[in-house]
Design a protein around this ligand. Structure first.
Ligand SMILES: Cc1cc2nc3c(=O)[nH]c(=O)nc-3n(C[C@H](O)[C@H](O)[C@H](O)COP(=O)(O)OP(=O)(O)OC[C@H]3O[C@@H](n4cnc5c(N)ncnc54)[C@H](O)[C@@H]3O)c2cc1C
Length: 274
């Protein structure tokens, strides 16, 4: 029987991790396992407050625990940030399309992300790591505004150790009083150093619209194929399964047809970077 898309699975918050002043990861234990494919999203509800869509940030091979990494953006996310271990939330889903892992097998891969766009990329990255033998290499370029805005600090230190992984972080600026020993540039500036064959490499891009726009432009200039650039689109979304029409992008619903699209598929739709 197909799961009822309106029905929320209750989950308990087992831990919270403050990643940055604005980003917090909730570790959730659903009352029953909630399988998803990396790149898909869930609707997380807080009783008496409301519901919002988020992409799990944990590996899709783990179904009894789910991490969700949330940036404070407004009413619902402010309340979610106040939640404590032991509090209960609801999870609906999973919804939408996922990253096509089969198409990544045997290849070099590029992950390019910034800010809270690093949440879905963390899920993809951890999922790839769980079966790293299937892939040639993973280059992960991660950006943030300043050092204190970098999420997953401890995890990044750990991920560096993997021989097939090339992880580079960049911040836009280092304010007085903060220290930083990695790159200082826009995350897209890291593409200059890329040493993979662009025609053969899938690139997964996730971040603020302006970063996605210029990141895609730079990838195309480098020779990446339109049908191998994967974008995780975020549009204002409510129902999560193609009924309310809030997330329409041209002929597509982001909730049903996305959130993962190739650039080739949506490049002619209006307002894709809005
Ligand atoms: C597929 C998908 C995956 C997402 N994954 C993540 C994630 O992993 N981590 C994360 O921090 N955020 C994620 N978001 C964005 C998150 O859903 C919004 O930040 C959240 O809904 C804001 O709700 P609010 O009430 O706190 O803010 P509001 O005050 O309602 O709005 C603040 C900002 O959030 C945007 N927003 C509001 N409601 C929605 C909505 N229903 N859908 C999308 N954007 C909305 C608004 O355009 C505005 O820019 C995702 C959005 C989508 C569509």
């Amino acid at each position: 029987m197909r799961p009822n898309p309106y029905e929320a699975v209750p989950a308990v918050i087992t831990d919270t991790i403050d990643e940055t002043p604005l980003i917090r990861t909730l570790r959730l234990k659903p009352d029953r396992p909630l399988p998803f494919r990396t790149g898909q999203f869930i609707e997380l509800s807080l009783p008496g407050v409301g519901e919002a869509p988020f992409t799990p940030s944990s590996s899709h091979f783990i179904t009894d625990i789910m991490d969700v990494t949330i940036m404070k953006a407004g009413f619902v996310t402010e309340h979610i940030h106040r939640a404590k271990p032991g509090d209960r939330v609801g999870l609906r889903g999973p919804f939408g399309s996922s990253y096509p892992l089969e198409e990544f097998e045997g290849r070099d891969l590029l992950l390019l992300g910034g800010g809270c766009g690093l949440a879905p990329l963390r899920s993809l990255f951890l999922t790839l790591l769980d079966e790293i033998g299937k892939y040639k290499s993973v280059t992960f370029y991660a950006g943030a505004k300043t050092p204190q805005d970098c999420p997953f600090k401890d995890a990044f230190a750990e991920w560096h150790k993997h021989p097939q992984v090339k992880l580079v972080r960049a911040v836009d600026a280092v304010p007085p009083g903060e220290t930083w020993e990695e790159e200082v540039c826009l995350v897209t500036g890291l593409l200059k150093k890329l040493d993979v064959d662009p025609r053969e490499t899938p690139a997964v891009v996730c971040g603020p619209p302006v970063m996605m726009k210029f990141g895609t432009r730079d990838l195309l200039r480098l020779g990446f194929r339109e049908d191998r650039i994967y974008l995780s689109m975020e549009k204002k979304m409510y129902c999560g399964f193609g009924q309310c029409r809030h997330c329409m992008m041209g002929e597509y619903y982001v909730c049903k047809d996305g959130p993962v699209f190739t650039y080739a598929r949506i490049k002619d739709e209006e307002g894709i970077w809005d």
